[in-house]
Write a protein that binds this ligand. Sequence first.
Ligand code: SAM
Length: 235
Amino acid sequence: MKVDVLTIFPEFFREVFDFGIIRRAKLAEIVEINIFDIREFTTDKHRMTDDRPFGGGDGMVFKAEPIFNAVEHLLGTCERENYPPKTKVVLLTPQGRVFKQEVAKEFADEIENLILICGRYEGVDERVNEALVTDEISIGDYVLSGGEPAAIVVVDAIVRLLPNALGSETSAVNDSFSSGLLDYPHYTRPAEFRGMKVPEVLLNGNHAEIEKWRQQKALEKTLKFRKDLLNIGES
Ligand code: SAM
């Protein structure tokens, strides 16, 4: 998968994708991540990316032109119907579809080229949503100062789901949300730490019992913290 991030703060991403699973995925050429400075796509001498809002009001608005220019540079077109197959142009916005594990999976399975647009200011000129983007994605019901942290979240969640991105010792299958439940509790050595003991069942080597215990614990955790995942009403 190729990921292109459009931002006015390229420095924000200087090292963030150089650790752990994402770094390994980059080295193994499972993913290529490129960061583009939207200012490079301005046409005025002050390289302005914002301007005052029509209709008045507080704050500034992210101009459409440099974003259109950047997408045109990357795809050879800024007409949605002419985008190459398996391409998505995503605007990070608190007003978008909420990014969940199922969206990460959908993107990991279906996309070859993902362009992420990081907004700033009071938001992005609406013509970007109207004509340029294929998807609007929110990472949750809160407002960030810019789309950069959201881009990092989206890239991380997608990359770990790409084929072979996780080492053989780890797997996304039991991760929270993948099976509709939260993950089960994990323990490692020592078997006793500050008087706290690892559950006996995990020490006896009976894999059927361990599996049963893990399922039970995953269900208990989900009931305790995220009943909404189980589609059962409050009673
Ligand atoms: N005035 C906008 C609103 O209330 O919908 C918020 C603008 S916010 C200060 C600036 C930028 O941060 C947005 O254009 C978007 O790119 C990004 N952003 C903020 N919250 C976000 C969220 N929950 N998910 C994704 N991107 C977000």
